[in-house]
Design a binder for this molecule. Structure first.
Ligand code: AMP
Ligand code: DBH
Length: 562
């Protein structure tokens, strides 16, 4: 049994194989390929713990063996939510070794997101961190309405694996089953069965724009190619010491070139609990970190602190920034103030990744989001009627290629909208292209808020708000913000007397992730409509731009009309 996905057509698949992009090797190859001396090198530094490649391979073997003994089979799915710790990779590789297909939720996802993913994949296994606020209130899963209670009801508590603070280097001691049983991972345990490298390795998460969080099946072949090509373009080698400061499951931190790229190159991943300078700067000094991947607001914090810190940041060679548009004025400060090179990364969990190259001229590095990493990434920039725009003009980005997916999981209707007949995927980004082929992101057509790299699906929040008894209608839009780039604002049509605090409490009770909470709630008596009768979100955004909102101000009742 394998997890279904929309395959690439035969001719393209054959071409990707013929070019050596797809080698039918499993993603676990990034750790198992290291033999002899290189296997003794440090793969992960996590707090006071160091894990060699051999240890990472052995620990994931033993965990995979234990999971198979509990009945996990190839083709089963798993729901994982772990913080930035070495165990995230041990679990990731163990699941791949079992042929099980995980969704790796972000640590700041709430019960709403986790249960929505669980509803889509019907997991046979859940792996959670006991310290997580979602697990803590009911660590035994005894309350039916708690996350563990709900997961236990569908997955079975005997298939919910919980991670405690690890006691020592053998991080497997930190795991126990939610039904109270010990993990029991034999010293010489090895999983049985071969990995189907032609199939789906795991699900990546989409930022979404349609109301339900969409899952992206990523195959061993396409993902390993994206990692290999990233390593090549970024020139990573075994000397790389990479700071994993953004959430480990994020496509950027995992694969661009991310931790998997560092493993492939034989370098070291340094785990950081959060991306702030107070946590990261001492780690950079202590471990002589050479690479870091950041989102723009985090870069802003690093730049603000770099001039004052006593920490020695001189080991830094490259800071990558991606996930949201970086303004040129911040970009230009990186070499002077952090003493390293900047690389802009414009990627998506669906596939396509663009990099500025390390030897690009300064203008390109500061002002563009780079160019596709693969010679076989196909790009079209189209106007709304589907025609190519004139050179240099902005249009919608459509793409296909050897590591860009061909369909969201179980989402035929949506897939029919975002893929064209030739299999090009519409990313919902508005971009222009320089004569050298570099892309500049100038906006987006998708109904999403990009809150400093964290994507918020407007419709998803609107739908949850609409479930409140006093709410008649809600429209969620982006508002400009100096630090985050964008924050979210909900315009709400509600019964008189409805309070913003009440709506926030309601959203929290629904388990919505904190970053999706509207930063501002504006009660309105009516909402502007477009000529065809849709809510005119463009006008709402413009109103907010004009208002220069004070985020600390109390919610206001105003009327916005066309
Ligand atoms: P996701 O679907 O969550 O993987 O988010 C991918 C989206 O993030 C892209 O389609 C862009 O909208 C946005 N994005 C990623 N990197 C950049 C960047 N460097 N500049 C502007 N937008 C970006
Ligand atoms: O935002 C993203 O999703 C992203 C950013 C940079 C990404 O998926 C990536 C690099 O691979």
């Amino acid at each position: 049994m394998s997890v279904v996905h929309t395959p690439w057509p035969d001719d393209l698949a054959a071409a990707y194989r013929a070019k050596g992009y797809w080698r039918d090797e499993p993603l676990t190859d990034v750790i198992t390929r290291h033999k002899g001396e290189t296997a003794a090198a440090t793969a992960i530094l996590c707090g006071e713990r160091a894990f060699s490649y051999t240890a990472l391979d052995r620990l994931s073997d033993r965990l995979a063996w234990a999971l198979q003994r509990r009945g996990l089979r190839a083709g089963d799915t798993a729901l994982v939510q772990l913080p930035n710790r070495a165990e995230f990779y041990v679990v990731f590789f163990a699941l791949l070794k079992c042929g099980a297909v995980p969704v790796n939720a972000l640590n700041n996802h709430g019960a709403f997101e986790l249960l929505s993913y669980a509803g889509q994949i019907e997991p046979r296994l859940a792996v959670l961190w006991r310290g997580h606020a979602l697990v803590e209130p009911d660590p035994r899963g005894e309350r039916p309405d708690s996350l563990l209670g709900q997961l236990g009801g569908s997955v079975g508590l005997n298939r919910v694996l919980l991670l405690d603070e690890a006691a020592d280097d053998d991080c497997l001691d930190g795991f126990a089953w939610a039904d109270g049983a010990a993990l029991d991972a034999a010293e010489d345990g090895r999983p049985e069965g071969a990995i189907d490298a032609k199939g789906v390795a795991f699900f990546q998460l989409s930022g979404g724009s349609t109301g339900t969080p969409k899952l992206i099946p990523r195959t061993h072949n396409d993902y390993l190619y994206s990692v290999r090509q990233s390593v090549e373009v970024c020139g990573l080698d075994a000397t790389c010491r990479f700071l994993c400061a953004l959430p480990a499951p994020h496509n950027f931190t995992l694969s661009s070139p991310g931790a998997l790229g560092v493993f492939l190159a034989g370098g070291t991943v340094v785990m950081a609990g959060d991306p702030g300078p107070a946590t990261c700067f001492p780690l950079i000094e202590r471990h002589r970190v050479t690479w870091a991947a950041l989102v723009p607001p985090v870069l802003t914090l690093w730049l603000a602190e770099a001039g004052h810190t006593a920490a020695d940041l001189s080991s830094l060679e490259v800071v990558q920034v991606g996930g949201a548009k970086l303004s040129a004025s911040f970009a230009e400060r990186v070499p002077a103030e952090l003493g390293c090179r900047l690389q802009q990364v414009f990627g998506m969990a669906e596939g396509l990744v663009n990099y500025t190259r390390l030897d690009d001229d300064p203008w390109t590095v500061f002002n563009t989001q780079g160019r596709p990493m693969s010679p076989d990434d196909e790009i079209r920039i189209l106007d709304p009627s589907g025609h190519p725009v004139a050179p240099g003009e902005a249009g919608e980005l459509w793409t296909r290629g050897p590591y860009t997916f061909r369909g969201y999981y179980k989402a035929d209707l949506h897939n029919a909208r975002v893929f064209d007949a030739e299999g090009f995927y519409s990313s919902g980004d508005l971009v222009s292209r320089t004569p050298e082929g570099n892309l500049i992101v100038c906006g987006r057509s998708k109904d999403q808020i990009n809150r400093g790299g964290e994507k918020i699906d407007a419709q998803e929040v609107e739908d949850v708000l609409a479930g409140h008894a006093q709410v008649n209608f809600a429209a969620v839009v982006a508002m400009p913000d100096a630090l985050m780039g964008e924050r979210s604002c909900a315009f709400v049509l509600a019964a008189p007397g409805t309070k913003a605090s009440g709506l926030r409490r309601f959203l929290r009770e629904r388990g919505l992730a904190d970053y999706k909470m509207p930063d501002k709630i504006v009660f309105v008596d009516s909402l502007p409509k477009t000529a065809v009768g849709k809510i005119d979100k463009q006008l709402l955004r413009e109103t907010l731009k004009r208002e220069q909102p004070d985020l600390n101000a109390a919610p206001v009742r105003s009327t916005v009309t066309a």
